[in-house]
Ligand binder design. Structure first.
Ligand code: PGA
Length: 224
């Protein structure tokens, strides 16, 4: 059975109390998911990782935890940075190279390379975001998320990319990075997801806005 990934990118949303409400309401319906096939990964802010990892264990939820970034440096004198080793205490995955970081923090391909090196050194699985078919893809990335900036709801038009175009790009990227898991992201919600569910090379979704409500997020795997 082919695995499908549903990755929630919470961005800078939620306090611990709000994350608790989300996880409690996930508990109610998570049994409807085929957890042999569907991998659910929540990626909260650093401030929530400890709390969420405890709460996921307490509620016995069949989901994984990821971070949204890690430092390009090891542990050390880097004020305000969070190293890969520090987040590895709580998570198994990390998103690296998101378009918002490239735009707002001016992250470059070199930064992305260094961050991925740090993540892999401590054994994290890397979800690398790419923006177009010719974007640099690290040999070390585990999951490659194609997210055209214009399709990201908070960034561009809020209109998902045409599934035919997504299929074409994933096929081009798939030829370049043989064997990696490819997913799509950009304005995926319970209505739009159906258009992507069956496209070749697409093994899941990176979800922003539609991941902020537990019921909406859970309805993604349930509606495709
Ligand atoms: P969106 O965000 O689903 O709200 O478009 C996706 C992302 O930024 O990863």
């Amino acid at each position: 059975m082919d695995r499908r990934y549903f990755i929630a990118n919470w961005k800078s949303h939620f306090t611990t109390a709000e994350a608790g409400v989300f996880l409690e309401s996930l508990k109610g319906r998570i049994g409807e998911i085929n957890s042999e096939r569907d991998v659910i990964i929540l990626c909260p802010s650093f401030t929530l990782l400890d709390y969420c990892s405890r709460k996921i264990k307490e509620l016995n939820l069949p989901i994984c935890l990821g971070a949204q970034n890690n430092s390009s440096n090891e542990d050390g004198a880097f004020t305000g940075e969070v190293s890969a080793r520090q987040i590895k205490e709580f998570v198994s995955y990390v998103i690296i190279g998101h378009s918002e970081r490239r735009r707002d923090q001016h992250e470059t391909d070199d930064d992305v390379r260094s961050k991925i090196d740090q993540a892999k050194r401590v054994g994290l699985s890397v979800i690398q975001c790419i923006q177009e078919e010719n974007s640099f893809v690290s040999e070390e990335a585990d999951i490659v998320a194609f997210e055209p900036p214009s399709a990201i709801s908070t960034f561009g038009t809020g209109v998902p990319d045409n599934p035919v175009e997504v299929e074409r790009v994933l096929s081009v990227v798939g030829d370049r990075v043989n064997g990696k898991t490819l997913i799509y992201g950009g304005s995926v919600n319970p209505e739009t997801i159906k258009g992507y569910a069956d496209i070749a090379h697409c093994s899941g979704f990176l979800v922003g806005s539609a991941s902020l409500d537990a019921s909406t997020f859970l309805s993604l795997p349930l509606s495709c």
